[in-house]
Ligand binder design. Structure first.
Ligand code: PEP
Ligand code: MN
Length: 338
């Protein structure tokens, strides 16, 4: 349920509604819009409906949110969520170019990648220290040593760090270094992990599952927001289809669909969507045109020698050219690279 306060409602009146909901065993999520404050009530629907909320001072109306996801819906919050990551913003006209290698390999590699991202005007640095690999024999990431190298790259360039957590047991250590924690496609429905990152105070990037519907993806985000963490970025990274020309099929239509259904920012990962460096630029431009709030792209100082996803990674010179082309289109659609 959603309790919409009057424009004239005071903080005390909002607090009174929150207290009333909490007394009844419901969770209250307060969203302060430019004009009105809305309180999302999560709990037993029958019990919440039975409360005389409309009679409380300052309450305008009580409405049901019909979608299965509530707090991430546009119904609950009309304005775009803007996430501030060490001064780099995502959403609401702010566009993030997140780039870096698939995995952290060596100090030299990470520092070279970070410099390339910085010089090209990127917003944040990506890089995996805990890698979800299809083969148990493939490189699994450097773990905490990799996180330390990412922190070193951040110190040198000022770029915030986006890195994946795969297991709730590693969350504490990942949170000690990450500016944004990534939930990988394979973990999009790891509900325990989603709830854990929901209790953390660090922004979360949730990649769409390989076979997840948009609704399931938004429900994953709801798991995080329900626990109190509102800073969620959604990432479309391609889905499995019958097509084999590309590694996955980029569901570009998901971008405007999600932007209609949810206030959360949506970024696109053209690298994992296609597996092909020649398609990274065209699909990135398509993503900007479709209304995306950012991109997450793989770049490696030496793709031929990468331990993971080299073939889809842009080398530094191609990345610089890519960033220029993206920035021009971002400006054309009236947004700014943050
Ligand atoms: C990644 O970003 O390196 C990654 C493994 O992506 P995904 O979870 O989308 O496959
Ligand atoms: Mn990768």
């Amino acid at each position: 349920m959603m309790i919409v306060m009057r424009e004239s409602a005071t903080e005390e009146q909002v607090a009174q509604v929150v207290a009333r909901l909490e007394d009844a065993g419901a969770q209250a999520h307060v969203s302060r819009g430019q004009r009105v404050t809305v309180i999302g009530a999560i709990g037993d629907r029958e019990e919440i409906t039975a409360l005389p909320l409309e009679a409380l001072p300052g309450v305008d109306r009580v409405v049901a949110i019909l979608k299965p996801y509530k707090l991430v819906s546009r119904e609950f919050q009309a304005a775009d969520t803007v996430i501030d990551v060490r001064g780099r913003k995502v959403g609401g006209g702010h566009f993030a170019v997140i780039a870096g290698p698939c995995s952290v390999e060596t100090e030299e590699q990470v520092m070279a990648a970070a410099r390339a991202v910085k010089e090209a005007g990127g917003s944040m640095m990506r890089g995996g220290a805990f890698k979800p690999r299809t083969s148990p024999y493939a490189f699994q990431g450097l773990g905490e040593d990799g996180l330390k190298l990412l922190a070193q790259a951040r110190d040198a360039t000022g770029l915030p760090i986006v890195t994946e957590v795969m297991d709730p047991r590693d969350l504490e250590i990942v949170l000690a270094y990450a500016d944004v924690v990534q939930i990988g496609a394979r973990n999009m429905q790891n509900f325990l992990l989603l709830a854990e990152v929901g209790r953390a105070g660090t922004p979360v990037l949730i990649k769409r599952g390989l076979a997840a519907t948009i609704e399931e993806w938004l429900m994953a985000a709801e798991y995080v927001v329900k626990e109190g963490n509102r800073e969620v970025i959604l990432c479309e990274r391609g889905i499995r289809t019958f097509e084999t020309s590309t590694r996955n099929t980029l569901d570009i239509g998901a971008v405007p669909v999600v932007r209609q259904l949810s206030h959360l920012p949506v970024v696109v990962d053209p690298s994992h969507a296609t597996g092909r460096p020649d398609l990274v630029l065209p699909l990135s431009l398509a993503a900007v045109a479709a209304g995306a709030d950012g991109l997450i792209v793989e770049t490696h100082p030496n793709p031929q020698h990468a331990l993971c996803d080299g073939p889809q990674s842009l080398p530094p010179d191609a990345f610089a050219e890519f960033a220029t082309r993206v920035r021009d289109l971002v400006a054309f659609v009236g947004k700014t690279v943050s």
